[in-house]
Design a protein around this ligand. Structure first.
Ligand code: BES
Ligand code: MN
Ligand code: ZN
Length: 537
C-alpha cells in the first residue's frame, strides 16, 4: 500500500501478430489495464468467431426488442424466448445453460430495447452489466457479441463496449485488508477479477476496425479509472506532492514534459492565489504542468483542473457533517491527469498542456482570512469574503498562467460550487465560458461520452455581482447564482476561448450507475479526451 507502488498504465500486447489469420483465434491487440499498480482489471480483445463456437465461461448476446436472436446462436436462446420471459426489453437479462448447443457453458441474454433508440451510452451500460455479471458468476473469460449500433461504425461501437466493460469492473479496494490487495492473492469469491473480456464480431465484421475501437476504448477507460483512483484516494495519501508524482509518472510513460513548482516556485512565479490558499498547509502546495507536444507548431489546448486535496473551508470552516467528501475536491485535477494518461496512450497528434494547481485548504495560524486582499498572478486584486471560495483563487492563477501558451482553447474543470449541485443535481456538469462555439464543442463531447454538461449563463450582471468594494473583485457574489458568479470570477482571468465545467455534482456520488460505483466517477476525464480527439481529427 505504499504510495510509490501506485501506478496506472497499460500494456498492449500484439497476440499472434505474426501468425496468419485464423478465424476463431483471438487476434490483434489486447489491452491490459492496470489500476493502482496491483489491480489487474481486465484484458480486452476482439474475436471473429461464430457465436456457437465462442469458447468462454460466459457468452453474452444482446437482443433488440421483439427481434430474432442473431444467427449462430441456433436454438440456444429459445427456452427464454418461447415462454415470453424475455422480449429484449431494455435492462432485461436471462441466464441460460445451453448445453451442447454452444461451446460456452453459459449464455446471458441481455435486452437492448428498441433498435432505433439504442445509443453508445446504452451500449457502455450494457457491456458494464455483462462484465460485472460474468465476474459475479465466477467467470474468468467473458465474451460479448458486439451489437450493431445504428449510425455508429464498428470502431465506435467496439470502443463504447470496451469502455463500458472496463469502467464497470472498477472497484476501489486498496484499503480493504485481507482482500484483493494483490490479484495473485485474491481468494475470497467476491474478490475475484474477470481476466478476459472479448468482443465477438460476426463473419462480415471488420476486425481491424473493432480492434482499434476496443483498444481506444480501453485507453480512454484507463484514463478515467486513473482519475477515479486519484479522487478516491484519501487526503492523507493524495497530497499535492502525491499528485505531482503521479503526473511525473504519466510524463515518463509517454514522453511528456512535467514541471512541478513547489511552494518557493509558486511564490516566485507570482501564483498568489495558490500560494495564499496553501500557506497554512503542512503538505505544501504544488503547481503541476504536463506538456504533450505532438502537434507541431499548432497552438496548444490547455486543460486545467482544480486540485484542492482537502477543502475544510479554511478559516471560513465548513460544517463537519459530510466534510469527508471534501477529499474529492481535487477531482478536477484528477480528471485532467486521467485525460493526459489517455492522451499519451492514444498518442494524440496535438499539443496539450495540463495545469493542475494543487493544495489543501486548512485553517491555521498562518491561514488567509476574510477581508484579506490578494494581488493575483494577472495583477487583478481580489478581496476575500470567504476562505471557502478557494477554488476560484487557485484556478484564476492557472488561467492567467495559461496565457503564455497563446492557447487555441482552455477548458477548466472544478468541483467549484455547491450552488451548481443545487441547480443541476448529479446528472450534469455546469458549463460556462466566453465562446459559444467552444461551449457547443464541449457540450457535444459530454453528450458523446455520457458525461453530460449543461450550459449556464454568464450574463454581465453576474460580473456586476462580484465587483469589489476594496479591491477589483471579491471572491464571493453571495447566495444567488453561486455557480454563475464563480464562473464570472474565472472569466476575469481568461482572455482566450475558454470553457468552464463545474463538476461539484458529477465528480463523485453516493449512488453510482451501471459503469460507475459510488465514489469518484472520473468525470470529466472522458469528456476532455473526446473533446481533444475532436480537435485532433
Ligand atoms: N469545494 C467547494 C464546492 C463544493 C461544494 C464541491 C459541495 C462539492 C460539493 C468550494 O470550494 C466551496 O466551498 N464553494 C463554496 C463557495 C461559496 C463560499 C461562495 C460553496 O459552494 O458553498
Ligand atoms: Mn471551498
Ligand atoms: Zn473547494
Amino acid at each position: 500500500m505504499e504510495a510509490s507502488s501506485l501506478r496506472v498504465g497499460m500494456i498492449t500486447e500484439s497476440l499472434n501478430a505474426s501468425l496468419p489469420y485464423n478465424p476463431g483465434r483471438r487476434r490483434a491487440s489486447r489491452v491490459v489495464l492496470y489500476s493502482g499498480g496491483w489491480s489487474l482489471l481486465v484484458r480486452i480483445g476482439v474475436r471473429k468467431t461464430a457465436l456457437n463456437e465462442v469458447s468462454a465461461d460466459l457468452l453474452a448476446v444482446g437482443l433488440y426488442k421483439d427481434e430474432a436472436p442473431p444467427e449462430g446462436l441456433g436454438t440456444a436462446a429459445e427456452p427464454a424466448l418461447t415462454g415470453g420471459d424475455f422480449s429484449g426489453k431494455s435492462g432485461q437479462t436471462a441466464l441460460l445453460y445451453p448445453g451442447r448447443a454452444l461451446a460456452a457453458p453459459r449464455l446471458l441474454l441481455v435486452g437492448l430495447g428498441e433498435r432505433s433508440s439504442f445509443t453508445a451510452e446504452k451500449l457502455r451500460r450494457t457491456a458494464a452489466t455483462v462484465a460485472k455479471r460474468a465476474r459475479s458468476l465466477g467467470a474468468n473469460e467473458a465474451a460479448f457479441s458486439l451489437p450493431d449500433l445504428e449510425g455508429v461504425s464498428a470502431e465506435g461501437s467496439a470502443r463504447a463496449a470496451a469502455e463500458g466493460a472496463a469502467l464497470g469492473l472498477y472497484r476501489f479496494t486498496r484499503y480493504k485488508t485481507g482482500g484483493r490487495a494483490d490479484p495473485a492473492e485474491a481468494n475470497a469469491e467476491e474478490d475475484r477479477e474477470l481476466e478476459g473480456f472479448d468482443l465477438v464480431i460476426g463473419g462480415s465484421g471488420d476486425q481491424e476496425a473493432a480492434s482499434a475501437g476496443a483498444g481506444a476504448g480501453a485507453k480512454v477507460a484507463a484514463g478515467s479509472l486513473l482519475a477515479r483512483d486519484l479522487a478516491n484516494e484519501p487526503s492523507n495519501t493524495a497530497t499535492p506532492e502525491y499528485l505531482a508524482e503521479r503526473a511525473r509518472e504519466i510524463a515518463g510513460r509517454y514522453g511528456m514534459e512535467a514541471t512541478v513548482l513547489d511552494r518557493a516556485g509558486i511564490e516566485e512565479e507570482g501564483l498568489t492565489g495558490l500560494a495564499t490558499v496553501g500557506r497554512s498547509a503542512l503538505n505544501e502546495p504544488r503547481f503541476i504542468v504536463l506538456e504533450h507536444r505532438k502537434g507541431g507548431d499548432a497552438a496548444p489546448i490547455v486543460i486545467v483542473g482544480k486540485a484542492v486535496t482537502f477543502d475544510s473551508g479554511g478559516i471560513s470552516i465548513k460544517p463537519s457533517s459530510g466534510m469527508e467528501d471534501m477529499k474529492f475536491d481535487m477531482s478536477g485535477g484528477a480528471a485532467v491527469l486521467g485525460a493526459m494518461e489517455a492522451v499519451g496512450a492514444l498518442d494524440l497528434g496535438l499539443n496539450v498542456v495540463a495545469l493542475v494547481p494543487a493544495t489543501e485548504n486548512l485553517p491555521g495560524g498562518d491561514a488567509f482570512k476574510p477581508g484579506d486582499v490578494l494581488t493575483m498572478h494577472s495583477g487583478k486584486t481580489v478581496e476575500i469574503l470567504t476562505t471557502d471560495a478557494e477554488g476560484r483563487l487557485i484556478l484564476a492563477d492557472a488561467l492567467s498562467y495559461a496565457r503564455r501558451y497563446e492557447p487555441a482553447a482552455v477548458v477548466d474543470c472544478a468541483t467549484l460550487t455547491g450552488a451548481c449541485v443545487v441547480a443541476l443535481g448529479n446528472h450534469a456538469s455546469g458549463l460556462m465560458g466566453n465562446d459559444e462555439d467552444l461551449i457547443a464543442e464541449v457540450r457535444a463531447a459530454g453528450e458523446a461520452t455520457g458525461e453530460r454538461a449543461w450550459p449556464l449563463p454568464l450574463f454581465r450582471e453576474y460580473t456586476e455581482q462580484i465587483k469589489g468594494d476594496t479591491a477589483d473583485i471579491k471572491n464571493s457574489g453571495g447566495r444567488g447564482g453561486g455557480a454563475l458568479t464563480a464562473g464570472a470570477f474565472l472569466k476575469e482571468f481568461a482572455d482566450y476561448p475558454w470553457a468552464h465545467l463545474d463538476i461539484a455534482g458529477t465528480a463523485y456520488g453516493k449512488k453510482g450507475n451501471a459503469y460507475t460505483p459510488k465514489g469518484a466517477t472520473g468525470v470529466p476525464a472522458r469528456l476532455l479526451v473526446e473533446f481533444l480527439l475532436g480537435r485532433a481529427s
